[in-house]
Write a protein that binds this ligand. Structure first.
Ligand code: SF4
Length: 190
């Protein structure tokens, strides 16, 4: 992405918005198997224009690397993050707590968020939801993203698939720069 096609964007780190991102998307080895899901478009086309704030909710929740894989299970009106191999693991409360703690620390820092699709923690409307018989019953938000949307209902949250298209990628960046300007304006001394 050249500066000519994105004239509202800046190379100056001091003028760039801060964008939250699932750590695995920028090459941090935080996946349950110890690997990462590095995305070249984000790392090389998007990262130069924004200040990325990586966060892995499962690591922050103390689940470790490597760790048991989890899935989202619906029971009555509740959704739980449970061990995928029917292990006696319920990570729901600690994931919610880690999310709330991070959100509290960020305050008004973030102008956008890039999440990993289909993750039980980070997915945004793309995470498979299962019933107690292990059948898929729909798609939903991951536990972390659920908290993120509650705290920041106006924040633009996209997953890595958004950047396969140059126009939508640029729209996301422009939206983040616009929100960043609004935040700075609100916070500027009178
Ligand atoms: S919890 Fe989120 S950031 Fe951590 S490995 Fe899974 S998708 Fe990536």
């Amino acid at each position: 992405m050249s500066e000519n096609t994105a004239t509202k964007l800046s190379w100056d780190r001091n003028l760039q918005p801060t964008i939250g991102i699932s750590s695995c998307l920028i090459g941090e080895n935080v996946c349950h198997d110890g690997g990462n899901l590095s995305n070249d478009i984000i790392c090389f086309e998007i990262a130069p224009w924004v200040n990325l704030q990586p966060f892995c909710p499962e690591v922050s929740a103390g689940m470790g690397v490597p760790r048991p894989e989890i899935k989202l299970v619906k029971e009555a009106d509740h959704i739980y993050a449970l061990g995928i191999d029917n292990e006696p693991l319920n990570a729901t409360s600690r994931l919610s707590a880690a999310a709330k703690q991070a959100i509290h620390q960020w305050g008004r820092l973030l102008s956008g968020y890039i999440v990993k699709a289909r993750s039980p923690s980070c997915g945004s409307g793309s995470t498979p939801l299962y019933n107690q018989q292990a059948a898929t019953v729909g798609l939903t938000d991951g536990i972390f993203v659920r908290e993120l949307k509650l705290a920041y209902p106006d924040l633009m949250i996209v997953d890595e698939s958004f950047f396969a298209n140059k126009d939508t990628a640029l729209a996301f960046l422009n939206n983040c720069y616009y929100r960043h300007q609004l935040i700075n304006k609100d916070m500027a001394p009178v």
